[in-house]
Design a protein around this ligand. Sequence first.
Ligand code: ADP
Ligand code: MG
Length: 400
Amino acid sequence: MSKTLKPLLPGSTLGVLGGGQLGRMWAHTAQRMGYNTAVLDPDAQSPAGLVSHHHIHTDYLDPAGLKQLAAVCQAVTTEFENVPADALAQLAATLPVSPAASAVAVAQDRAREKAHFVKCGVPVAPHAVIDTAEQLAAVSDTLLPGILKTSRMGYDGKGQLRVSTRDELQAGWAKLRSVPCVLEKMLPLASECSVIVARGRDGAMVNLPVQRNLHRDGILAVTEVFAGNVPEALAQQAITAAKAVAQELNYVGVLCVEFFVLVEGGDVVSKLVVNEIAPRPHNSGHYSQDACDVSQFELQVRTMADLPLTQPRQHSPAVMLNLLGDLWFPKQLGSDPNSSQVEPAWHDVLALPGTHLHLYGKREARVGRKMGHLNITAATPEAARHTALQAAAILGIAAF
Ligand code: ADP
Ligand code: MG
């Protein structure tokens, strides 16, 4: 750690743009370490705002709101990538902002993101940038079947269409209102994984272990983290690639890099392909709260306060189950959206050993909405999986 960096010590106030669950868990961690927190989010009931010392509810680009945030805190971070990069840039005029607006701008735009990966020498899915009708017409047939993704504002599988033919591609782009898009070749996925790295202002870098992720309907459903769930050579490759991506951005903060592991054979060039980055803690890193000696949220606090980064150690094999709003509407009630909410059977789940419940304080459950997650830790991977499957059965989550 460079001696020239003066850390922001506990007692200082740290701020975050965005008041969702990631901001809330960050705030809890910062407060545990003795910091005060400030949240800027337009929603007066935002999960992070509800638990912070300061809650400024203005629009992200409201000059008065940004000024107020800058006045109460000594450093600022973000908890979602679609915060206007301009808001970060404005704040950076008066106080340390991490990650920088320039890095967030890359993560906000799939085309720029892909170009960055190429620059880092990390394998990406074959793709084409589609900003114009001419570019659409020039797309190679080898990219079909593919997935058409809006370059900006996509998340949890939103803003994506699967297209098999040129006609479907044409219709799909029109359906996406002809906004700038990226067409990616549909790849044969054996599995998906992600790596969380944290990089300090002095360039020091640490990482969490490689996470194996299962998505359902474009949304993360299950993360499993224990030795052997990703082949060692691939895991090392993923960590090296993630660090290169962070380094090349001169990144400061917590960064998640998501990968596809491809089925071998055919024209597969590399088994590991980088998918996308998130300039913040990530859903796939939540297990670190209960399975590692330093969580992804503590890493975020440490990077923004210029505290030392120590390599996190995973002390327990872990499985994380996402708790979507669907669980509040059990199937036997039918799919009637007006059917009343039923609280999931937390009592039964918490009777299982090593279950850690995290709920985000959202009042209204909706199908597909992230309401919380359940971390399961155990002495062995087999025991963690066994308990996770029991919990999943109780909650009505499909087995994995
Ligand atoms: P989001 O920003 O919504 O997370 P992603 O690009 O990560 O969007 O896509 C969501 C999911 O869709 C991925 O996790 C993966 O399961 C699937 N997917 C995305 N791109 C491809 C691809 N090129 N080939 C196969 N599956 C893909
Ligand atoms: Mg994704």
